[in-house]
Design a protein around this ligand. Structure first.
Ligand code: 6R9
Length: 660
């Protein structure tokens, strides 16, 4: 078998199974940022020296002398006696290098409005915004909540906050008032930056009213003193006297003179909430120097970024970690030119993304498998109408990419030649941890393959011992890395319990994985009660607790069932209270889907809600979600012998088939 790049080699995956692989072309390899394989063993010999070298690419106002302090594990300190300003690393230093006229952002609004913003302009706007935030009382050490659409002001707001040594907590615009409030309260934010609304699917989706609702919940009384509102959707909003301010009115008072101060490398940079195995979201804390070092290094090397000629586009929303590391911090620290698109891929039609790639000559494109599968479903005839020949590197993130989608992505979007970097990482890891390097790795569809230089990730058994090639187990990271989570905001104990109690000195990622016979890593999905829906992490416990908060619901069990497009889909099983008269089993589905949307947000809305009489439980009372997952996937029900009542699954299956 051959392709345009020469020979496709075959490798055994599990014993007996052959997997094709695609080595880099000679031309790609020759020009790649990283093309000397010795980088792996050099970094492995002395990871700290490797990271110290990478950190030198940043501008430090005070150089660090100590690379890593791991004297109090698992609380790492990287470059701790060094000082830097993260925003100045993303902005001012590029101006000092004469790159002020380079485009930082090609913004494309969903309705078709566009803005081109150079590094000089972006720097100017961030400085003005920093002055504005100072006038509103924002100081080093504060937290600012950001609840915004994908518009340049979102990036400006994030950078203005961190320029002052404060930390942001970005909350995805799809989250409900309840979720927003819980995050504001946990971070004790005093300022919220939002917009009236943003464009999604051809209409304005309001944001400010959700902020109003959030702040009115629980009898008001939140920590928030000010709400700064960007005008975008032009939708009607109410402004509360003394609390709410329009960004465009306030900003006029401030000029672009602002000297960045250096802050210690371990200064909190942001908190980002993510789902865990219990109901309460975890505030993942990232700090400055180490985070920026790894975000920028991986952005440059994994995507083979050439900042002077590439046009980079990552489709992630800034509400997710991918938007933090690979829309804001990595690309801007590297002086990249990037596209930011506000809306959805199907608006006004499924050609939108491809028309943007054609229009701006995008060379590096980074998206999620769920989006690729959705485009596959629509058909290759859509992207084939556009000139995508500028593409030279493709990336994937969020969940394992199935080989079929991988091949489609490479053939249809990447002209059959673009390398695909399948990047494994997490909110907690801050930056890419396992991925091919496009100038070195012979790619295998479906596998993230190799830990990055300076990263020691491994597959281990329950005892924490590395398994042999050809074997499966749990994914761990064995040594601290610069962009690692520093703690769970306000809850050091939960940080220790969640990630470090299982293996002691190894970070437990919560993912299953296996080595193939070559030692490449294949990710197998979560091993805990965390679902992955369209690349977004959702916790079964969080959705279950939202369901049981509904007055008609007695008990609920939620599973992530395999889904062709979204990877997994939320399927809920509920028992209604016997006395309640509000809901019929038929009415319950609509009502409860709506209820979850209101409680958590549309991303958590169940695909299906089944009303059942009983849930399958073990004799000790644990819900057997594994069996419900089988039922939700229409599979043969697995072993039911440990159930207290073995008949219950038959009843549930019959109910799902509509027979009861
Ligand atoms: C960046 C991001 C993290 C979880 C992670 C894993 C899954 C992400 C993946 C992948 C297989 C990949 N995941 N990338 N699984 N291959 N390339 O997605 O962060 O939202 O915190 O999710 O996503 O299960 O543990 P986050």
């Amino acid at each position: 078998m051959t392709d345009e790049n020469g020979t496709i080699e075959s490798h055994p995956l599990h014993h007996g199974e052959e997997v094709e692989s695609y080595p880099p072309s000679a031309e790609f390899r020759a020009q790649a940022n990283v093309n000397d394989p010795s980088v792996y063993w050099r970094a492995a010999e002395d990871p700290e020296a490797y990271w110290a070298e990478q950190a030198q690419r940043l501008s430090w106002t005070k150089p660090f002398t100590e690379t890593l302090d791991w004297s109090n594990p698992p609380f790492a300190k990287w470059f701790q006696d060094g000082e830097l300003n993260v925003a100045a690393n993303c902005l001012d230093r590029h101006l000092a290098a004469g790159l002020g006229d380079r485009v930082a952002i090609h913004f494309e609004g969903e309705p078709g409005d566009t803005r081109t913003i150079t590094y000089a302009e972006l720097t100017h706007e961030v400085k003005r915004a920093a002055n504005m935030l100072t006038s509103l009382g924002v100081e080093a050490g504060d937290r600012v909540a950001i609840y915004m659409p994908m518009i340049p002001e979102a990036v400006i707001a994030m950078l203005a906050v961190v320029r002052l040594g404060a930390a942001h907590s970005v909350i995805f615009g799809g989250f409900s008032a309840e979720s927003l409030r819980a995050r504001i309260d946990d971070a004790r934010a005093e300022l919220v930056i939002t917009a009236d609304g943003g464009y999604r699917k051809g209409r304005v989706s309001a944001l400010k009213p959700t902020v109003d609702d959030a702040l009115a919940l629980h009898g008001g009384g939140s920590t928030v003193e000010r709400v700064l509102v960007v005008r975008r959707g032009e939708n009607e909003v109410s402004m509360q006297e003394g609390r709410d301010l329009w960004w465009h009115e306030e900003i006029t008072a401030f000029d672009g003179a602002h000297e960045p101060r250096g802050f210690p490398a371990e200064t909190p940079l942001f908190i980002l909430y993510t789902s865990g195995t219990t109901g309460k979201p975890k505030g993942i804390l990232h700090t400055s120097g180490g985070y920026l070092t790894q975000a920028s290094t991986t952005h440059r090397d994994v995507f083979d970024l050439k900042p002077e000629s590439d046009v980079y586009w990552c489709t992630a929303d800034i509400g997710w970690i991918t938007g933090h590391s690979y829309v804001v911090y990595g690309p801007l620290a590297n002086g990249a030119t990037q596209v930011i698109y506000e809306g959805t891929p199907e608006t006004p039609d499924w050609g939108r993304w491809w028309s943007i790639i054609q229009k701006y000559g995008v060379t590096i494109f980074y998206t999620a498998p769920t989006a690729i599968r959705a485009c596959m479903k629509v058909g290759r005839q859509v992207p084939e109408q556009y000139d995508l020949s500028s593409i030279r590197v493709l990336g994937s993130v969020g969940e394992p990419i199935n080989p079929e989608a991988w091949r489609w992505y490479r053939d249809v979007i990447g002209a059959g030649t673009a390398p695909i970097v399948d990047t494994w990482w997490q909110t907690e890891t801050g930056a890419i941890m396992i991925s091919p390097l496009p100038g070195l790795t012979a790619l295998k569809p479906g596998s993230a393959q190799v830990p990055q230089p300076g990263i020691t990730a491994a597959v281990v058994n329950e005892a924490g011992e590395q398994v042999d090639h050809g074997q499966g187990g749990l994914l761990v990271v064995q040594r601290p890395w610069p962009s690692m989570v520093r703690t769970i905001w306000g809850d050091d104990q939960r940080f220790v319990d969640t990630y470090w109690s299982k293996f002691g000195d190894q970070y437990f990622a919560g993912d299953g994985a296996r080595y193939d016979d070559d030692g490449d890593i294949w990710l197998l999905g979560r091993v805990d009660d965390v679902m992955n829906v369209s690349g977004h992490r959702l916790s079964t416990a969080e959705i279950e607790s939202a369901l049981v908060e509904h007055h008609a619901v007695a008990e609920a069990a939620v599973v992530g069932a395999d889904d062709e497009t979204t990877g997994q889909a939320v399927v809920a099983f509920v028992i209604l209270k016997s006395q309640q008269k509000l809901l019929t089993p038929e009415g319950a589905e609509v009502e409860l889907r709506q209820h979850v949307t209101a409680q958590i947000g549309a991303i958590a809305r169940p695909r299906q809600v089944f009303v059942v009489g009983e849930l399958p439980k073990t004799r000790s009372g644990k819900i057997m979600r594994r069996l419900l997952k089988d039922a939700a996937e229409g599979k043969e029900i697995g072993d039911t012998t440990t159930l207290a009542d073995t008949a219950v699954m038959q009843t549930i299956s019959a109910r799902m088939r509509g027979e009861l």
